[in-house]
Design a protein around this ligand. Structure first.
Ligand code: OAD
Length: 377
């Protein structure tokens, strides 16, 4: 595994790795040259846990929401839309709220890196808190897009109690501030909101990395998407993803491990001699039943994810129409009519294959932005 569809000519030798392959990455780690491993994760790392990602064509949340009467599927995560109609977000929150999902073996691999003293920093775009659940120490995690771990009023910023939040979310009800009656929102970064200051305080750690591991992300959302390009050119970067993304695969020490990230991570762990330890840690954490469920054939998992995302989209559609009717009095097609539009699919947005230098500039943006158009892209 490794080196598939690399843009680097085969004759170009890597500088730090003996070759562009997972065994070579394992040798690099075992040699002690990788003491500052920076890990970058996205929604693909949690799909085996049963959480849909955003942009996969069949099972992604946005790809499916695109069938609804939203201007943009991303609207559900935008502040102007939330202020106007917070209900669709809370319908999604009910299903995506932490607590009902279990870490994947990829999450536990990151925790193992920390146990072995190799994890320099984890930057995650995920809001599912599964890295914490896997045991990655909190001080080694930057939740770049926030998380469900806390919440506050969007107007007066007064924090809102966890237990009350849990109650509201479990009923998909919109919580209101007890002080000013403003809308309460989890501390998740919506589009065009600023990322947490911790992201900017720590992004230099990607420049200092001696190994970058990228797992399960389309690298379409900035400034996060620029992180892999902050590392010096000769630093090995390994992509564990279904597809090639960003500038990964364009540098001599890039290794592409295309396919299911849990499979790739297992292969790296085996090459490191950590395979049994990783498997045992993971099973201890999630239990055999959940481990076996996650290990079921990927086609069965795809069907489960598809069913889950279809149900979610149906629920969002219902509240969108309730809102339409109550706010405009206009008649809209029934939820059933829209739900019957089969199949609910959309094309995946084209990934920007940006030049590294341009993407580097995009990491300077402070607000969450999708697919920043950068020169040379
Ligand atoms: P995306 O849905 O954009 O990308 C997920 C990537 O993971 C895709 O390239 C998939 O092909 C890949 N993938 C899915 N399952 C996988 C698996 N089991 N193994 C390997 N790869 C897999 O998700 P993100 O890149 O995380 O922001 O999206 C970034 C941001 O966009 C999110 O944080 C979210 C969204 O808007 C907010 O909500 C604030």
């Amino acid at each position: 595994m490794g080196q598939e569809v690399s843009a680097v000519p085969e004759t170009t030798k890597p500088e730090n790795l003996s070759e562009r392959s997972l065994p070579a990455v394992a040798d690099y780690i075992k040699s002690g040259k990788a003491r500052k491993v920076v890990v970058l994760t996205g929604a693909g790392i949690s799909t085996a846990a049963g959480i849909p990602d955003f942009r996969s064509p069949e099972t992604g949340l946005y790809a499916n929401l695109a069938a609804l009467e939203l201007e943009e599927p991303e609207d559900v995560f935008s502040l102007p839309f939330f202020k106007e109609n917070p209900k669709p977000f809370y319908v999604l929150a009910k299903d995506l709220y932490p607590g009902k999902f279990h870490p994947t073996i990829s999450h536990v691999f990151i925790s193992l890196l920390a146990t072995k003293g190799l994890l320099y920093q984890l930057f995650t775009q995920n809001i599912d808190c599964l890295e914490r659940a896997a045991g990655v120490p909190a001080d080694l995690i930057v939740e770049a897009h926030g998380s469900f771990a806390s919440q506050r009023c969007i107007d007066c910023k007064t924090p809102y109690a966890d237990d009350k939040m849990r109650e509201h979310v479990s009923r998909a009800e919109v919580p209101h501030c007890e002080k000013c009656n403003g809308l309460v929102k989890p501390d998740i970064v919506f589009f065009h909101e600023n990322l947490p200051s911790l992201f900017f305080d720590r992004r230099h750690m990607a420049e200092e990395a001696d190994l970058i591991l990228v797992l399960g992300t389309s690298l379409t959302v900035h400034p996060f998407a620029g992180l892999p390009d902050l590392a010096p050119f000769e630093v090995p970067r390994v992509l564990f993803n279904m597809e090639r993304v960003g500038s990964l695969g364009s540098q001599p020490d890039d290794v592409l491990v295309l396919g299911d990230c849990d499979t790739g991570v297992r292969q790296l762990a085996n090459a490191l001699g950590w395979g049994e330890e990783l498997e045992a840690e993971w099973r201890k954490l999630v239990g055999d039943e959940e481990a076996d469920r996650q290990l079921e054939g990927s086609s069965k998992r795809q069907v489960e994810l598809h069913d889950e995302v279809s149900q979610l989209v149906h629920d969002v559609d219902k509240v969108l129409h309730v809102h339409d009717v109550s706010s405009s009095g206009s008649s809209s097609p029934s939820p059933e009519a829209v739900a019957e539009k089969e199949p609910i699919t959309a094309t995946q947005p084209e990934v920007q294959q940006s030049e590294s230098a341009s993407v580097k500039e995009s990491v300077e943006t402070t607000t969450l932005t999708e697919e920043v158009k950068v020169s040379g892209a």
